[in-house]
Design a protein around this ligand. Structure first.
Ligand SMILES: [Zn+2]
Length: 358
């Protein structure tokens, strides 16, 4: 199969210029703003994040502050209104301090204004903390928007360590799903000749593999493991920026999660859904191509007490089958194991039984 290369992406890649991971990195916020040559920064945050974190950062950047917006909803509507409201103001940077919703709104807002975005995550529940992709709900259905990646990422491990453990576990789920996503990507290169980027793939998969190999003693509250997780999620976001699509971090396992979102099934977080999707897809990869270990994946999730069964995220067995069948209809151009082996109900039934998912 001929190799195709999309040079236009590689010639103009936007990457974070500053990445600070540590205990108390907010002391560098002022330096980062100065280094980015910003003079008027708009702060987007949430009520809880403001009280816990943003209020202290605000004190340090008072001289650069152009205003604050508290995020209320989870929709494009809010971004659109904000863009209209702020349109006349002279701002040259945006800082988002908060969880996924806050960062998504901040990154799209920054893209609309074409100004640098500084990402300060207060949770590490998925790779959106450093990726150029924002997810919203419109009319109850999920939509993805591609924006500019952050110019800087400031990840405070002390804050992240005190964030809800369920969200850290979710972040781990999103990180290890990269191993399945990259297998799907390689499969597509082999079968369809799709462009493949070794650097982006390695960045997405190496931290995930590192964590999987330490699965037996995994503890996300331990600083070294937390650092590995946060670093991995940031690299994931950078991998996405390198190729300009979510390919390195989103394959068949994400299609399963998107199917659950579209069908409105269960109560799992994004990371929990993709983790369960990963167990099923890893099983199929192992069965059909002999690569990977769904058992290792499942054990590592059990070790950190993340859900590994459908029931734990409010799904009945039939819901899982329905979502798997629906997943085959989603984004068909993104070639994955679902397109390659075209599994039917029966095969899915066996997979969820054998893996103990349902
Ligand atoms: Zn994800």
């Amino acid at each position: 199969m001929k190799r195709k290369l999309r040079r236009e992406f590689l010639n103009s890649v936007d990457l974070p210029l500053f990445v600070e991971i540590g205990e108390g990195p907010r002391k560098y916020v002022g330096d980062i703003i100065e280094n980015l040559e910003l003079s008027s920064v708009f702060l987007i945050t949430g009520k809880t994040s403001y009280d816990l974190v943003a209020v202290k950062i605000k004190e340090r950047i008072e001289e650069f502050l152009a205003g604050i917006h508290f995020v209320q909803g989870n929709g494009m509507e809010e971004v659109r209104n904000l863009v209209v409201d702020m349109g006349y103001k002279d701002i040259d940077g945006v800082m988002g301090i908060g969880g996924g919703r806050v960062l998504d709104i901040a990154k799209v807002f920054a893209s609309e204004f074409n100004i640098p975005f500084i990402s300060v995550p207060t949770v590490a529940s998925h790779d959106g903390i450093a990726s150029p992709i924002a997810s919203f709900k419109e009319g109850g259905k999920p939509v993805s928007v591609t924006a500019k990646p952050p110019a800087a990422v400031i990840a405070d491990l002390v804050i992240l360590r005190h964030s809800p453990i369920r969200l850290l576990r979710s972040g781990y789920g999103d990180l290890i799903s990269n191993t399945v996503a990259v297998k799907d990507w390689l499969l597509s290169r082999e079968k369809t000749g799709e462009d493949y980027n070794e650097i982006a793939a390695s960045m997405a998969v190496m931290p995930a593999n590192l964590m999987l190999t330490s699965a037996k003693k995994l503890d996300l509250k331990q600083m070294s493991h937390l650092t590995m997780l946060v670093r991995g999620l940031i690299l994931s976001g950078v991998a996405i920026s390198i190729v300009g699509t979510s390919r390195p971090a989103s394959g068949s396992e994400h299609k399963f999660s998107h199917a659950l979102d579209f069908l409105g099934l269960g109560n799992g977080t994004h990371g929990e859904q993709v983790a369960i999707g990963s167990i099923i897809m890893e099983y199929l990869h192992e069965k059909h191509y002999g690569s990977g270990s769904w058992e290792l994946m499942k054990q590592s999730l059990e070790r950190i007490q993340a859900p590994t069964t459908a029931r734990e995220i409010g799904l009945a067995r039939e819901d899982v089958i329905k979502a798997l069948l629906y997943a085959k209809r989603l984004r068909k151009k993104r070639y994955t194991i679902l397109e390659d082996i075209n599994p039917g109900r029966e095969e899915f039934e066996v997979a969820v039984t054998k893996t103990g998912v349902a």
